[in-house]
Ligand binder design. Structure first.
Ligand SMILES: O=c1[nH]c(=O)n([C@H]2C[C@H](O)[C@@H](COP(=O)(O)O)O2)cc1CO
Length: 150
């Protein structure tokens, strides 16, 4: 399974420790195409030193297209993550957004309001249940795909 993980880069790197845990767990389910998002050495300038913005954009849109599922940590607001999620909806991808209410923030209506009871989900979680939340999501995904094949 190919997994596209979204997390803030230029929007701020405060949650990189959470991205690390998420990506580590996601790697038990498949190949995470965007592993660099959880790299603690990546600062809020992003990959700009190595890659032009157009190259980053075109590579990421191609990875989105190629992915089977998208998991986004949306607590730290990020234009790039919002854009990726909009493109993912347009591509009719299965999307899980993870939000931590303990941050004191209110998630954008354009994310929470996109929940459709089918492909686009938002789960409010806390760090202590991070692995459990992903386990539940992937079990449900597997069951749904087996059901659609039978
Ligand atoms: O250097 C980068 N590399 C990269 O892959 N991205 C993608 C992946 C992240 O999920 C998302 C982060 O967007 P932003 O930088 O606006 O917070 O965009 C974003 C940047 C910098 O904007």
């Amino acid at each position: 399974m190919k997994i596209y993980f979204c997390g803030s880069i230029r929007g701020g790197r405060d949650d990189v420790h959470v991205y690390r845990r998420l990506v580590h767990k996601l790697q038990s389910y498949g190949c995470v195409l965007t592993e660099h998002v959880c790299n603690t050495e990546l600062t809020d300038t992003g990959e700009a030193a190595a890659l032009e913005d157009r190259v980053i954009h075109d590579r990421d849109v191609a990875w989105l297209q190629e992915s089977d599922v998208i998991v986004a940590e949306v607590t730290q607001p990020s234009l790039g993550v919002g854009y990726e999620l909009g493109r993912a909806v347009d591509m009719k991808k299965t999307v899980l957004c993870l939000f931590r209410p303990s941050s004191g923030r209110t998630l954008s209506a354009m994310i929470r309001g996109a929940v459709d009871g089918e492909r686009f989900q938002v789960v409010d979680y806390s760090e202590d249940v991070l692995e459990k939340v992903l386990d539940e999501f992937f079990v449900n995904l597997k069951n749904a795909s087996e059901k659609s094949q039978s």
